[in-house]
Design a protein around this ligand. Structure first.
Ligand code: SAH
Length: 489
């Protein structure tokens, strides 16, 4: 056998990048050794420097691209590499989609133990975005001071707490920039200091901007290290005077006067949230309305949602609608079904399904989210949705044992760690006709499907939907049908 070479720190190697890793890094091999190289693109031939060597693998730094990959593109944002928020910006969007699609398929085969040909035959082509930039409806900018003492808004350099000035994140809307610039100008004029994380001094910590894509409503919330922002009325006046019609920068940062994704953006709500804790948590526990009513409204499909500074809401409403559309089609409802929606958050999926179901029961661990879900049900005059606070793995078994609940369809949308086994076990006992699984992590999805499909269910449909272009995050939805021998009635 060929002897494996050992690498040491600072060694230089020339390698071809053959694959993309979980964090978007390039993966290549040198003498049987696996190298993980951040910022390298699949297809690149590169020179890399070993930073940390283990027995069979090493982390290396990209030193030079010798032959660029045909899939390499110029990142739209000049800070892409230092920021780290967009792991895939140097990869063409088609290749990003292929990476995500393959990750779902491969995890189902490798972790789920499904037959490769079968999985390929039931997997639909991934649903990508029409516009893979400017898609986020929520932006949170830290405010600070640069070395020269100028006030800045920007982002934290990857894995650090130093702020790099940039009011122009390409994932967010172009309207964020004039809002941030107005706030910085106001602070400068009124001598209002930015917060200093190390000294735990200063006032303005973060600016949160949330936008309703379907309504044009914008909410601005300043997070402050104190009780009250001075001269709030002046700030309100200045913010309301911004003419959004004059702000449009395309992906390359080219300014085009008057061209805007929508013409009628308006700030309808301005808030402040006090956070005097020495913490990484951005928002305080409460907020105070300075102008407007403290919330904005947005719609996913036909369902309206009221969004306050503290409420959870999907960040990419356009793709979320496509994801839920698919989940709804997979649920195959006729109007009479009883549906359980586990991990329901603010009831987004529950309310979407309620339009076509007999009764929907949503379960969610965070009480505040359930409050929002109930308010949203009222707002949409939806009367056939009931919500429960608690862990899915506790509420479902309890309701099944004590109240003999039944479900025709169960929908789950768990966090990354997937479903608790107790929850899956109860789902099997309940034997719904169909299970729709919405997942933000293909690995735990595959693990949970292995369990469900080992207990009477057959995987029938797989659909990935890209919610987070330029990043490695992967969202997918699958449908399973009950096909066990003795169907309970
Ligand atoms: N379906 C929702 C939210 C999905 S995110 C939407 O589309 O908006 C996952 C949700 O699961 C979060 O709201 C989280 O608070 C909740 N959660 C986490 N662990 C849980 C558990 N053990 N039981 C119930 N809900 C849980």
């Amino acid at each position: 056998m060929k002897e494996k070479k050992c690498f040491a720190k600072n060694d230089r190697v020339t390698i071809t990048i053959e694959d993309t890793g979980m964090d978007g890094e390039g993966i290549g091999k040198a003498d049987g050794f696996t190298l993980f190289v951040k910022d390298a693109v699949v297809g690149d031939v590169i020179e890399a420097k070993i930073m940390k060597a283990k027995k069979n693998y090493a982390y290396a730094r990209l030193e030079k691209v010798i032959t660029p990959s045909p899939f390499r593109v110029e990142p739209a944002c000049k800070f892409a590499r230092v920021c780290g928020g967009c792991q895939l910006q140097a990869v063409s969007y088609e290749k990003q989609l292929e990476f995500k699609q393959n990750k779902v398929i491969n995890d189902l085969i490798r972790i789920g133990g499904f037959d490769a040909n079968y999985i390929k035959s039931i997997t639909e082509p991934i649903i990508g975005m029409e516009q893979p930039f400017f898609y986020r409806n929520k932006a949170q900018y830290p405010i600070g001071t640069d070395k020269e003492g100028n006030l800045i808004a920007g982002f934290y350099a990857g894995r650090t707490h130093s702020i790099i000035a940039n009011t122009d994140c390409k994932l967010g809307l172009t309207i964020n920039r004039p809002i941030l610039e107005e706030i910085l100008a106001f602070m400068k004029e009124k001598h209002i200091p930015a917060y200093d994380e190390i000294l735990h001094q200063g006032l303005v910590r973060h600016v949160l901007i949330r936008s309703g894509f379907s309504t044009g409503e914008i909410m601005v919330c300043l997070v402050i290290n104190g009780k009250d922002l001075p001269e709030k009325e002046t700030l309100v006046k200045r913010l309301l005077q911004i003419d959004f019609g004059n702000y449009y920068y395309d992906v390359k940062g080219v300014y085009t006067e008057g061209k805007l994704d929508r013409k009628d953006w308006k700030i309808t709500s301005i808030c402040q949230s006090s956070n005097t804790q020495d913490t990484n948590v951005i928002m305080g526990d409460r907020y105070e309305v300075i102008y407007g009513n403290g919330y904005i409204t947005d719609k996913i499909g036909d369902v309206a949602f009221r969004i306050s500074p503290l409420s959870f809401y999907q960040v990419n409403p356009v793709q979320t609608a496509k994801l839920y559309e698919t989940a709804l089609a997979y649920a195959n409802l006729t109007g009479n079904e009883t549906v359980w929606d586990l991990y329901c958050g603010i009831g987004t999926i529950s309310l979407f399904l309620a339009q076509k179901a007999g009764m929907v029961h949503g379960v969610e661990i965070i009480p505040q989210a359930i409050e929002n879900a109930k308010e949203n049900a009222k707002l949409n005059q939806i009367n056939n949705a009931l919500f429960y606070v608690g862990k899915a793995e506790e509420v479902l078994p309890r309701e099944y044992e004590e109240n003999k609940i039944h479900a025709d369809v169960i929908v789950v949308d768990p966090p990354r760690k997937g479903c608790d086994e107790k929850c899956l076990e109860t789902m099997i006992k309940m034997q719904p006709e169909r299970i729709v699984y919405v997942s933000c992590d293909p690995a735990t999805l595959a693990r949970d499907l292995k369990y469900l499909c080992g207990n009477g269910y057959q995987l029938q449909k797989v659909q990935a939907v890209d919610q987070f272009a330029q990043t490695v995050h992967i969202e997918s939805v699958i449908m399973m049908q009950y096909c066990g021998k003795e169907k309970k009635k």
